[in-house]
Design a binder for this molecule. Structure first.
Ligand SMILES: Nc1ncnc2c1ncn2[C@@H]1O[C@H](COP(=O)(O)OP(=O)(O)OP(=O)(O)O)[C@@H](O)[C@H]1O
Ligand SMILES: [Mg+2]
Length: 450
C-alpha cells in the first residue's frame, strides 16, 4: 500500500508538471497535455479501485472459509486463526518436532495446546485428575491432552518438572508415551500419545463388550502385566501406579495395551469424586485393602491386587460388583474362588463368552488362578508382576492359590480357607514370601521379589 501511495504521488507530480506551463501561459492549456493527464489519472484511479476490490474480496473469502471451518467446532477466542499461529511459530514447531524425535518431554505453551486441540473441541473423557481432549501436532500426529486440575496445594514448578522428567523418561511398549507438558500460572497439562481404541473398560461392559475376542483379551492381559512389571522392577525410578483399572489401560489401533496415568499420583491430587479419604489413592473396587488401613506400609503389591481385580473383569467381561435383580450384591471374584474351590474352573467358558475348546478352557483356568493369587490378602503372598507375566504366558505350572478376601469375613469359621492355605504352604518351596524361591508356581528361574 505504501509503495502504491508513493507511485500515485509521483504520477500527480508529473501531471502537475505537464499542466503547469499552460496554466502559467494564462491560456486554456495544451489540449494534448490535458488529455494525457486525465488518462493517466483515470487509469491510476481505476487501478486503485481494482486493488481495493481485490483486497476486500480476499478478506471476505477468507472470513467465509474460516466460518465454514468453525461450524462444527466452538469459535476460537484467539485473535489469530490457527494457521496464522502455526505459520508464525514455524521455527518453534520444527524445534519441538526435533525434540520429539530426540524423545525429550517438550514444554508447550497454553496457546499451542489451544491450537493443537482446536480450542478443546473434542473431549475424550474425564477422570479424577481432569479432562482429556483430542488434538494433533502440525505434522498430523494425533495426541491426547490431559488438563490437570489445580487445587490449593498445587505443586511447585520444579517439583512438577521433576515428576514430568520421570514420567517422560519411562518408556516401554506397554506404557503410554508422554510427548510433553504445559505448566504456567493458570494451567498444567500433559500431552500424551493418542490411543485410537480408547480404554479397555469400553470393551468389558456395555454394548461393545464382546468386540474383542478371547485371544486378544489374553494378549491385553499379558501386555498390561508386562507394562506394570516394567514400572515395578525395571525402570530407573521404580513407580507404584496406585490406580490400575480398565479405564487406565488404553488400546492402540491394533488393540495393543498401554498403561496410562503412571506417575500421576505423585504429580497432583485427584478430586474427591473418586476418593473419600484424604490420603487414599486409587479407585474403590480395585484398590488393595491395605490402602484403607491406617499406617499400613504400602508396597508395589497394591498394584498387583488391582491387576487381579482387572483380570476378573476381563474373564467375566463384566464389572466385578453388580446389583442382582433381587437387590443383593453379585460379586464376581468370590464366585471365581468358589468355582476354583469346587474344582469347577474348567466350566467357565459360558461366563467368558468363549466357545468350548480345550486350550481356551485351560487359558481361562490359568487366568482365574493368576487373578486369585494377585488378590491375596497379605501383600507378600501376591506374586511380583514378573511372576504374573510368567504365569500368564503359560510357561510355569501355577500352584493352587489360598483363599483370598478373608478380610471381608473378620471372624471366619471357614475351615476350607485354612486347608487351602495349608495345601499351598505344603507344596513346593512354599514360604509365604520370606525366601527367594517362588511360591506361586513350579519353576527354577529366579525372579525378583518386590
Ligand atoms: N491417551 C488417550 N488416548 C485416547 N483416549 C484417552 C487417552 N487418555 C484418556 N483417554 C480417554 O479419556 C477417558 C478419561 O481418562 P482419565 O484418565 O481422565 O480418567 P479415568 O482413567 O477414567 O480416571 P482416572 O482419573 O482415575 O485415571 C479414558 O477413559 C479414555 O477413554
Ligand atoms: Mg486415567
Amino acid at each position: 500500500m505504501a509503495s502504491m501511495a508513493a507511485w500515485l504521488i509521483g504520477i500527480i507530480i508529473v501531471v502537475c508538471q505537464v499542466s503547469t506551463p499552460s496554466a502559467q501561459g494564462g491560456g486554456g492549456g495544451n489540449p494534448m497535455s490535458i488529455v494525457i493527464a486525465f488518462s493517466v489519472v483515470g487509469s491510476v484511479v481505476g487501478l486503485l479501485i481494482l486493488v481495493v476490490i481485490g483486497i476486500f474480496s480476499y478478506k471476505f473469502a477468507k472470513k467465509v472459509v474460516r466460518e465454514w471451518r468453525n461450524t462444527s467446532t466452538p469459535p476460537t477466542d484467539l485473535e489469530s486463526a490457527p494457521e496464522e499461529i502455526l505459520e508464525k511459530d514455524a521455527p518453534e514447531m520444527d524445534k519441538f518436532l526435533r525434540e520429539i524425535a530426540d524423545e525429550y518431554p517438550i514444554r508447550f505453551t497454553a496457546q499451542q495446546l489451544n491450537v493443537f486441540t482446536n480450542n478443546y473441541a473434542t473431549r475424550l473423557g474425564s477422570g479424577g485428575f481432569g479432562d482429556v481432549y483430542k488434538g494433533q501436532f502440525p505434522n498430523g500426529l494425533k495426541i491426547a491432552v490431559k488438563i490437570l486440575k489445580r487445587n490449593s496445594d498445587k505443586k511447585a514448578e520444579n517439583q512438577f518438572m521433576a515428576e514430568i522428567g520421570t514420567i517422560g523418561r519411562t518408556r516401554h511398549r506397554n506404557l503410554l508415551r508422554m510427548y510433553g507438558f504445559c505448566y504456567d500460572e493458570f494451567m498444567s497439562a500433559l500431552v500424551l500419545e493418542y490411543m485410537e481404541n480408547g480404554s479397555l473398560d469400553r470393551f468389558l461392559y456395555g454394548k461393545t463388550r464382546n468386540e474383542i475376542d478371547w485371544e486378544k483379551l489374553q494378549e491385553i492381559a499379558t501386555g498390561t502385566a508386562r507394562g506394570i512389571a516394567y514400572l515395578h522392577e525395571e525402570c530407573h525410578r521404580r513407580i507404584i501406579h496406585y490406580d490400575i483399572k480398565p479405564a487406565n489401560i488404553l488400546l492402540d489401533v491394533d488393540f495393543s495395551p498401554k498403561i496410562g496415568d503412571f506417575g500421576l499420583s505423585n504429580l497432583c491430587n485427584r478430586d474427591n469424586t473418586h476418593v473419600s479419604l484424604t490420603e487414599y489413592r486409587g479407585t474403590p473396587g480395585y484398590s488393595a485393602p491395605e490402602l484403607l488401613r491406617f499406617n499400613f506400609p504400602v508396597t508395589f503389591k497394591c498394584d498387583v491386587y488391582s491387576f487381579g481385580m482387572v483380570l476378573f473383569e476381563m474373564i467375566g467381561r463384566r464389572k466385578n460388583a453388580e446389583v442382582s435383580p433381587s437387590g443383593s450384591i453379585d460379586w464376581f471374584p468370590i464366585q471365581i474362588w468358589e468355582r476354583f474351590d469346587k474344582g469347577e474352573l474348567v466350566n467357565m467358558s459360558g461366563e467368558c463368552n468363549v466357545e468350548e475348546d480345550g486350550e481356551r478352557k485351560m487359558a481361562i483356568e490359568r487366568m482365574c488362578m493368576v487373578a486369585l493369587w494377585c488378590v491375596q490378602d497379605t501383600p507378600e503372598d501376591r506374586p511380583p508382576m514378573s511372576a504374573v507375566v510368567k504365569m500368564l504366558e503359560g510357561s510355569a505350572e501355577i500352584m493352587p492359590p489360598p483363599k483370598p478376601f478373608q478380610y471381608m469375613y473378620p471372624i471366619s469359621t471357614d475351615t476350607s480357607a485354612v486347608t487351602a492355605v495349608t495345601v499351598a504352604m505344603d507344596s513346593e518351596q512354599m514360604s509365604s514370601g520370606s525366601s527367594s524361591s517362588p511360591i506361586w508356581y513350579k519353576g527354577s528361574v529366579p525372579i525378583l521379589r518386590t
